[in-house]
Design a protein around this ligand. Structure first.
Ligand code: PLP
Length: 429
């Protein structure tokens, strides 16, 4: 029987069988045919503590029977208040820099980024209404970035085959070259020159660019980027959708560079990955620019489910886990084990460019068959699936982003499959 379901980022024309997952726990997915898959990418980088965490599941069940949904335009509920306080307490901070002090809710990483862009332009627009600044609307972006699939989020991301059909809808941005090793100064010089033209803001994925290729750059460069933006009054917008919730070794990646962005987008692991929720944090000046008795200046953005109480209750449970358990200790240990295994893999001539940021590791398969449209990535995905793993390579880049509960035996199975993939698909094979 053919299914009416249209899957995202999936070519139905290839007639691949689609695994039916019936249950999950920890790092394991249970399939309808009785087999299991190790979820080595946290089901698209979200299930930080593992699937069906009992504390999060219980919080969702409890909230679903208490207050399920509430219009959020001028009404509130305790889970939303508690998550906002928790986010502010955990957000990166530094002396002499405005703190992230306000939380705006949405439903996904893409919408958190859209909100960030709207906040940045709203800020300049409202300052201009008061004659306090010239309006600014240009956005700077980093080469190879990915910020989501809505029109605004695509506009500030890398352009390519995956958004070619919608190019006419995307707005123009200025692209800053990625600070690859040896290219850091060129990146910073380009940013300085672009900032001198008075853009509204600069959007960055801190320390590691995810879907664009798992490219890492240093905390020093991020710190320099922030300093340049500050010198020119350009808003720094950090997209912590992937890097947040401990992925790079600190709760938020900006913290590792001592950087406090003006606006910060968070999603994915905010609920421990159990249910959609996102938030965009902003400093007081950005909030204050919208606060007025003038209805023309309010922040015109919402969705029906903004700050859904059930999602917020899951986030409250997630914050409690962060507060009460040694999550960072677990991350450190897992990151070290992953580093050891990656070093061994990197000795193979079938692989190149090993890289890591916390519990994200990536390595490139040495193969001529590396283009985005090549069928290498789907073939690799099926190769791993046959070995009981959920992995989703980006072209010839194989990456891991497992839940923090992954155990050593599961990691061994993953790396054994990676070695086997090198033997089968690597250039020396
Ligand atoms: N920003 C970054 C850095 C991401 O990695 C992603 C998704 O992977 C997004 C934004 C979009 O998030 P979502 O898929 O929840 O819309």
């Amino acid at each position: 029987m053919t299914s009416p379901v249209w899957h995202p980022f999936f070519q139905h024309g290839l007639n691949e069988a689609i695994p039916h997952v019936v249950r999950a726990e920890g790092a394991l997915l249970h399939l309808a045919d009785g087999s299991t898959l190790i979820d080595a990418i946290s089901s698209w980088w979200v299930t930080t503590h593992g699937h069906c965490h009992p504390r999060i599941a219980a919080a969702i069940a409890q909230q679903a029977g208490t207050l399920d949904q509430l219009i959020f335009a001028g009404y509130t509920h305790e889970p939303a208040e508690e998550v906002a306080r928790g986010l502010i307490a955990l957000a990166p901070r530094a002396d002499n820099q405005p703190k992230l002090a306000h939380v705006f809710y949405s439903d996904s990483g893409s919408t958190a980024v859209e909100v960030a862009l709207k906040m940045a332009l709203g800020y300049w627009h409202n300052l201009a209404l008061d004659g306090l600044a010239q309006p600014r609307s240009r956005i700077l972006v980093l080469e190879h970035s990915y910020h989501g699939d809505t029109i605004g989020a695509m506009s500030v991301g890398e352009r390519g085959v995956y958004n070619a059909a919608w190019t006419p809808l995307l707005f123009d941005v200025d692209t800053i070259p990625f600070p690859a090793p040896g290219r850091e100064q060129a990146c910073l010089d380009a940013l300085e020159a672009a900032c001198a033209r008075h853009p509204a803001g600069f959007v960055v994925e801190p320390l590691i660019l995810g879907a664009g290729g798992m490219f890492v750059y240093s905390a020093d460069v991020l710190r320099e980027m922030a300093a340049i933006c500050r010198r020119h009054g350009v808003l720094l917008i950090a997209d912590e959708v992937m890097t947040g919730w401990g992925r790079t070794g600190a709760i938020f990646a900006c913290e590792q560079a001592g950087v406090v962005p003006d606006i910060m987008a968070v999603a994915k692991g905010i609920t421990g990955g159990a249910i959609p929720l996102a938030a965009t944090l902003a400093t007081a000046p950005i909030f204050e620019a919208h606060r007025s008795s003038d209805r023309a200046r309010l922040f015109y953005h919402s969705s029906s489910y903004t700050a859904n109480p059930i999602a917020c209750a899951a986030a409250v449970a997630n914050l409690a886990i962060w507060r009460e358990e040694d999550v960072l200790g677990r991350i450190k240990q897992l990151a070290q084990t992953m580093a050891d295994r990656l070093a061994t893999l990197a000795c193979s001539p079938a692989f190149a460019n090993p890289r890591q940021a916390g519990t994200i590791v990536a390595i490139d398969l040495v193969t001529p068959d590396a283009g985005y449209l090549s069928d290498l990535a789907p073939r690799l995905r099926l190769f791993f699936q046959d070995r009981g793993l959920l992995l989703r390579p980006l072209g010839n880049t194989i990456y891991l982003m497992p839940p923090y509960c992954l155990d050593a035996q599961q990691l061994d199975r993953i790396f054994a499959a990676l070695h086997a993939a090198g033997e089968k698909f690597g250039l020396h094979a």
